[in-house]
Design a protein around this ligand. Structure first.
Ligand SMILES: [Zn+2]
Ligand SMILES: [Zn+2]
Length: 441
């Protein structure tokens, strides 16, 4: 699954102030001078700017919005002002990714989840352009009763020019129970209640053998083991833990019942729940980029002092991460990408009778979505293959003009040999070799 942040601020959008832009420019030019960067050389300038980190960019000022893509499913979490940027991207007909998702043609579909309805989590929705394109459709999931009414309320005539019922996309609301498990494509999604005024909900998303937790707007009032157990269980083994770090620890202790937490408390909970990566999130609107960088450094220092190796990331607009762990046991997974008229499917896990139906359906769907006829199957994560798997591969040849198998592990190749079907397939060492061969078709 691909996770991307479109807005990481809490409370209210916080655009970068003009004087801070000036400061960044002064700092950068001074450093460039000290390092004697050749400013007439574009690639030298680019390399220098890349290593400036937040001094050469910004965390961003939009309020919360996160997307997760699993196969062909788009999941959106919260509709803070960041969702406007997501909408602009989805409507860009010249972008291959946006084109594939279809929102610009009125053929898009997404799943939209709400953690809660405080303004910073819903205020971008009226400006989310794909909503205003007839033909698009959205499944909207919420746990609080009042979500549909609250979304409609922020578009009443005295506060907004367009009414909620004038939205032209099709909206299907689904109220989930606390703890309800939901399956969307290959993704399993569950939720748990967080301590926050009016309640907020954390989401746990499992797909591609990886785990992402979105836990924004949460206070951990008591840090005693018994009281954090529920959260540590829900966050367990996360590849990414998105954590409300709006306050300093000091503020967490002073501003009780305000419903927010801090980076160092996040560090403890991440360590105790065996998370790999802690993403600091829901930044205070007045915290600057350099202050956030300092919070990150202090959090790293704290974790090191506890001998924990957890990556600390400052949630930043545009930050994205592909989460995927190799499957060694019996689970079977398919991930997909399409490039230059070729569909690449990565198969992983055990390819036996339990997996063939999914493989056939996925292949048929991919061929229809992309309208291309060349398929490359990447096999390096397949742990074992049975005759049912071989049969599905043999059958696939009649659906596809050119089918190539690449990166075959020795044991998988040997089974194909044992089934005396090696000559049924075009087998290549890697993607490059397959692409070169496919070109001639
Ligand atoms: Zn919030
Ligand atoms: Zn809130």
């Amino acid at each position: 699954m691909l996770l991307k942040v479109w807005g990481a601020r809490g409370s209210i959008p916080a655009p970068l102030k003009p004087e801070l832009v000036t400061q960044k420019i002064i700092k950068a030019l001074t450093w460039a001078g000290q390092q004697k960067i050749d400013l007439s050389n574009m690639s030298a300038v680019k390399a220098f700017v890349d290593q400036l980190s937040f001094d050469g960019a910004t965390v961003g000022g939009n309020t919360t919005c996160i997307t997760i893509e699993c196969g062909s499913d788009l999941l959106i979490f919260d509709a803070g002002s960041g969702i406007r940027e997501l909408g602009d991207h989805l409507m860009n007909a010249r972008d291959e990714h946006a084109q594939r998702l279809g929102f610009c043609r009125g053929k898009g579909h997404a799943h939209l989840f709400f953690t809660h309805t405080h303004w910073d989590h819903i205020q971008g929705l009226p400006f989310f352009t794909p909503l205003h394109v007839p033909g698009n459709s959205f499944d909207i999931y919420h746990i609080h009763d009042h979500v549909p009414q609250t979304l409609a309320k922020q578009m009443e005539a005295n506060v907004f020019p367009l009414r909620f019922d004038q939205i032209r996309a099709k909206l299907n609301f689904h109220q989930l129970k606390e703890g309800q498990l939901l399956k969307i494509g290959e993704a399993m999604i569950s939720n748990t209640e967080l301590k926050h005024p009016g309640k907020a909900y954390a989401f746990r998303i499992e797909a591609d053998n990886a785990i992402a937790i979105i836990a924004t707007d949460a206070e951990y009032r008591s840090l005693d083991n018994l009281d954090t157990l529920k959260y540590r269980n829900f966050y367990a083994n996360a590849d990414v833990l998105i954590f409300d770090a709006m306050f300093s620890v000091r503020e967490s202790f002073v501003k009780q019942d305000w419903g927010h937490s801090s980076a160092l408390i996040g560090a403890d909970i991440a360590a105790e729940s065996n998370a790999k990566r802690l993403v600091l999130f829901h930044h205070d609107p007045s915290t600057t980029d350099s202050e956030l960088m300092q919070i990150k450094q202090e959090t790293e220092e704290y974790l090191q002092s506890q001998r924990h190796s957890i990556d600390v990331v400052v949630g930043q607009e545009g930050w994205e991460i592909e989460l995927k762990n190799p499957t060694l046991k019996t689970d079977f997974h398919i991930t997909e990408r399409a490039k230059n008229g070729v569909i690449f499917l990565t198969l992983s896990g055990k390819f036996g009778g339990q997996a063939t139906d999914r493989f056939r359906k996925h292949l048929a769907r991919s061929l229809q979505t992309h309208q291309v006829n060349k398929v490359v199957l990447k096999m390096n994560e397949v742990s074992e293959i049975q005759m049912a798997g071989i049969q599905a591969l043999v059958d696939a040849r009649s659906d596809v003009m050119s089918l190539a198998l690449i990166e075959l592990p020795e044991n998988i190749y040997r089974v194909i040999e044992l089934s005396a079907t090696t000559d049924f397939f075009a087998i290549y060492k890697d993607e490059q070799a397959a692409l070169a061969a496919l070109k001639s078709y």
